[in-house]
Structures are given as structure tokens and as C-alpha cells.
Design a protein around this ligand. Structure first.
Ligand code: ATP
Ligand code: NI
Length: 261
């Protein structure tokens, strides 16, 4: 698939009076691709995600162009894109049952009645491989583990069948085993539904294991973007080379071979 989903030209963001948080980013995102945004803390990754999702604070100044050829209009939150954050606690409402929060998105955006929306919520819990979905429907967020809460957040994010899924450090708070499970889950879901995935992480090794392309950010600038294999084997910048060198496991053959397939 080579249709352009989103086209960014000279995208810049400034918060208040500070330095630019994003500085003239040129990038095309293909429909159906899995794109990782990597870079150190403060490089502008979350600002990039929030700019795409139109979730920047009001005082933020945005410059440049953002085009959505596939949609024909800016994406509507919850409908055209789903957002998953590092801390699922921040996106889940503590006083609503799991069933209620997932069903709400399906009801509002797909025009389902509550009964249909509940049925869809339970089905979604199955899709995110939640054990005992029927029980979890009646549970509250605090009764679940961090990994389970992240599965719920993913189910809620895809409830309205969005075309774009944005995961901002969605696995950073989880231990490595759960992290791998969640990445595998995301990978499967976006493949099955043909969603475009924006996977934001400071961990280039984690991203390289499953995305199609990597975009490297540093100090508000896009340093380089390219297919995983070429970025790993022939980085265009010293900065990217340093990022790769700092992950011993990235230089070993299995991951690169996997990225190439
Ligand atoms: N709401 C805000 N108000 C003011 N400045 C902000 C705000 N959010 C981010 N910034 C600034 O914008 C720059 C980019 O921050 P951003 O959160 O996009 O980076 P990041 O790459 O996502 O970092 P991290 O890996 O720590 O999440 C930083 O200098 C940060 O201090
Ligand atoms: Ni961030």
C-alpha cells in the first residue's frame, strides 16, 4: 500500500514562548504502514503525536501544513484515530466499569445501542486477548494489572474502528515480558484491521522488531526516516548510529534479519 495517509510539510509547534518543540518536519505517512517515532526525552515525539491528533494545548502555535488525503478532513478523535498512552490510568475512568468505558466509544461513534455496544465491548476484550472477558466487563480499572489495563485501553482505542492508532510510549511502564505481549498484540491488531500505526518510543530496539519504518527525532527536528532495515544497517546520521550502538541487541543478526522479512 502506498497511498498517503498523512502528509506533513514544514510542521512546526511552539508552546508559549519557548523554543520550537517541533521544527519544520517534512514527513509522509503511508496508509497501513507501521511507523515508529524514536528519539530521546524532549525530542518532540509526543508533541508530534498531539499535533497529528489535534490534541495540543490552545496556547501552542502550529505552523506548516498537515494534509489527510485518505480521510479528506482532519481526523476526528476516537473515530478516525485511537490514542494509547503510557499510563492507561490516565485514559481510563476509575468509576466506570471496563464494559462501560469500551462500550461508550462504540455507542457514540458507531451509533450502536447500549446492548449492541456491550456485546461489541466484550468481543473487543476477546480481541485484545483479555482472560475472562465476561468477568472483566464488570470490573473496575483498579482491579486489573497494568498490562490488563493497557489491553483495556487498546480495546477502547479501537472500539470505533479507527484508521490510525497512535501509541505514545504505550509499553514503557510495563515489564519486558508484558511489553513484548502488548507489542505483539498491537502488531496483530493493526495487521488484521489494516490500521496505520504510529508507535512512539525512546526504545529503537523495541520498535525495530516490528515496524516498517523508523523516523528519528532529535531536538525538535526529524533527523532521518526510512525502512527499518536501512536505518539499522546504514544510518544517515551520527545520532542514529549512536542510538543503535547503545543497543547491543540491535547489532546481533536475529533482529535485523527479522526486520528485513
Ligand atoms: N504542554 C507543554 N507546555 C510547554 N512545553 C511543553 C509541553 N509539552 C512539551 N513541551 C516541551 O516541548 C519539547 C518536546 O516535548 P515532548 O513531550 O514532545 O518530547 P518527547 O520526545 O515526547 O519526550 P518524552 O520521551 O520525555 O515523552 C520539550 O522541550 C518539552 O519541554
Ligand atoms: Ni513523550
Amino acid at each position: 500500500m502506498s497511498d498517503i495517509f498523512c502528509s506533513l510539510r514544514q510542521l512546526s509547534v511552539t508552546y508559549g514562548h519557548g523554543a520550537a518543540a517541533l521544527d519544520r518536519i517534512d514527513l509522509d505517512i503511508a496508509a497501513g504502514e507501521r511507523l515508529a517515532i524514536v528519539g530521546e526525552s524532549g525530542s518532540g515525539k509526543s508533541t508530534f503525536a498531539r499535533a497529528l491528533a489535534d490534541l495540543l494545548p490552545e496556547r501552542a502555535k502550529v505552523g506548516g501544513e498537515m494534509l489527510w488525503p485518505a480521510l479528506g478532513h482532519p481526523p476526528r478523535p476516537g473515530r478516525d484515530f485511537g490514542f494509547i498512552f503510557q499510563d492507561p490510568g490516565s485514559s481510563l475512568n476509575p468509576v466506570l466499569t471496563i464494559g462501560e468505558q469500551i462500550a461508550e466509544g462504540a455507542r457514540r461513534h458507531l451509533g450502536l445501542n447500549w446492548k449492541q455496544a456491550y456485546a461489541r465491548a466484550e468481543e473487543l476484550l476477546g480481541r485484545v486477548r483479555m482472560p475472562q472477558p465476561d468477568k472483566v466487563m464488570r470490573a473496575f480499572p483498579h482491579q486489573l494489572s497494568g498490562g490488563q489495563r493497557q489491553r483495556v485501553a487498546i480495546a477502547a482505542a479501537i472500539a470505533a474502528k479507527p484508521q490510525l492508532l497512535i501509541a505514545d510510549e504505550a509499553t514503557s511502564a510495563l515489564d519486558v515480558v508484558v511489553q513484548a505481549e502488548i507489542v505483539r498484540l498491537l502488531d496483530g491488531l493493526v495487521r488484521e484491521d489494516g490500521m496505520t500505526l504510529l508507535f512512539i518510543t525512546h526504545d529503537i530496539a523495541l520498535a525495530s522488531g516490528f515496524v516498517d519504518r523508523i523516523a528519528v527525532f532529535r531536538d525538535a527536528r526529524l533527523v532521518e526516516a526510512g525502512p527499518v532495515r536501512s536505518v539499522l544497517s546504514a544510518p544517515q546520521s551520527d545520532y542514529t548510529a549512536e542510538l543503535i550502538a547503545s543497543h547491543r541487541d540491535l547489532r546481533t543478526p536475529p533482529l535485523i534479519a527479522k526486520a528485513a522479512s
